[in-house]
Ligand binder design. Structure first.
Ligand SMILES: Cc1cc2nc3c(=O)[nH]c(=O)nc-3n(C[C@H](O)[C@H](O)[C@H](O)COP(=O)(O)OP(=O)(O)OC[C@H]3O[C@@H](n4cnc5c(N)ncnc54)[C@H](O)[C@@H]3O)c2cc1C
Length: 380
């Protein structure tokens, strides 16, 4: 059993309590792009006169004026929303929750008011980004990686793949939110900037570490190629996923024995393993990954590993991939490790804190003992 994937991704990376942030922060983050709205005071007097001075009428009118004023503040200039600073929390509403597995869902969020997170900073360029979600009762926040946009997505919406951790404060809170509920986010935070000349990427993803893998795949240049090894605990996490390497070997009539032995995969027919073409409907994560692969014209390969089925990403397998991926040419090759804290630590050693920021720290773990064939290791 791969215990590494059981740990919580990013525990060391999470920010501390938000003691300095006032409870009611949403009004501070809102900035108005509009012409000034009518002053509620003058509107109130005028309405009161017309209503003959009835107290009830005044109250009712006040409420209407306030609502109208609010609406004008929020959505003038043809509804152009303003962009929040990365440090400011912004209100978003949960508009969709797609169940991916019994523990994971994809959340779609939409701005709840006239302010949104800097979408350019979030998606553009070579930055791998995340945003922080606030748990309001405890005043703590955790980072979640934004998924690259899908075709049918509204341009202001954000999507996240979030695992509900057992007794997890923020993930538990998010999974309990009903549709329509509001949540506060801030960001984007840049977790890593991909090098300009990035050509070859091997990506070891554990669990929700697939979200940054999708970001990298979406930013791969024309000449780049990427091989994702995605380790999950249960098949339901990657339901419908078919491993490219094995599928290609099988299609060309090659034996998959070598690949199986590299990754310690049992070959008994009654086990569903990494080579299994499940033929089942892909869950939402796999569907997005597969759609992304289609847009990259074969430059992105994915192989799936499932703890429960006895298939693991092994040091032997990674060694072989590093060797095949190596070349004499002077080009940028990356080996990115992303997932729960224990997964990253097992492969590449822990990340570290320095000067209030999380930094890569020295290379440790399994990879420190392997010939990297010129690959630079990045921990996400
Ligand atoms: C840059 C970045 C991006 C990330 N992206 C994603 C993403 O896209 N999707 C995603 O799902 N996650 C992501 N994470 C992880 C996420 O930030 C959270 O760490 C994760 O959701 C768990 O937070 P939590 O508050 O729910 O759990 P926590 O409350 O932090 O608890 C975590 C676990 O520790 C246990 N625990 C807590 N306190 C104790 C204690 N005192 N003793 C023993 N056990 C304890 C809990 O039972 C729980 O199982 C990312 C992290 C980083 C740093």
């Amino acid at each position: 059993m791969n215990t590494a994937t059981k740990c919580i991704r990013g525990n060391i990376a999470r920010p501390t309590r938000l003691c300095s942030i006032p409870l009611q922060v949403s009004c501070c983050t809102r900035r108005y792009t509009s012409a000034p709205a009518p002053k509620p005071e003058s509107g109130r007097r005028e309405q009161a006169r017309r209503a003959g001075g009835s107290y009830t009428s005044i109250l009712a009118t006040l409420a209407v004026s306030a609502t109208a004023g609010w609406a004008i503040h929020e959505y003038t200039d043809a509804g152009t929303p303003s962009v929040a600073k990365p440090a400011d929390f912004v209100r978003y509403a949960v508009v969709k929750k797609e169940e991916v597995s019994s523990t994971c869902s994809i959340f779609t969020l939409k701005p709840a008011a006239g302010t949104l997170i800097d979408m350019d900073g979030l998606y553009e360029g070579r930055a791998i980004t995340s945003v922080q979600f606030k748990q309001p009762q405890l005043q703590i926040a955790r980072a979640y990686t934004v998924l690259p946009p899908v075709e049918e997505q509204d341009p202001h919406e954000l999507r996240f793949l979030i695992r509900k951790e057992k007794n997890g404060e923020v993930s538990g809170y998010l999974h309990r939110l009903p549709l329509g509920a509001e949540v506060e986010l801030r960001g984007p935070s840049v977790d890593y900037v991909l090098p300009e000349n990035m050509r070859k990427v091997i990506f070891l993803a554990g669990g929700t570490g697939i979200a940054p893998a999708m970001q990298v795949a979406s930013k791969l240049g024309q000449e780049g190629d990427m091989h994702i090894l995605w380790a999950t605990r249960h098949r339901e996490d990657c339901e419908g996923g078919v491993s490219d390497t094995v599928a290609a070997q099988e299609a060309s009539g090659w034996s998959t024995l070598g690949w199986r032995s590299l990754f310690g995969i049992a070959s008994s027919d009654d086990r569903r393993d990494v080579s299994a073409a499940t033929g089942q409907d892909a869950n939402a994560s796999v569907a997005q990954l597969e759609a992304l692969k289609q847009t990259r014209n074969g430059a992105v390969k994915v192989d799936y590993f499932v703890d429960d089925e006895g298939s693991f990403v092994t040091p032997k397998g990674v060694t072989e991939l590093l060797r095949r991926n190596g070349s004499e040419r002077d080009e940028c090759r990356l080996l990115i490790v992303s997932g729960p804290e224990g997964f990253v630590k097992y492969w590449a050693g822990p990340k570290q804190w320095s000067g209030g920021r999380e930094v890569q720290g020295p290379l440790g773990g399994v990879l420190s003992g392997l010939n990297l064939h010129g690959h630079q290791v990045i921990k996400l």
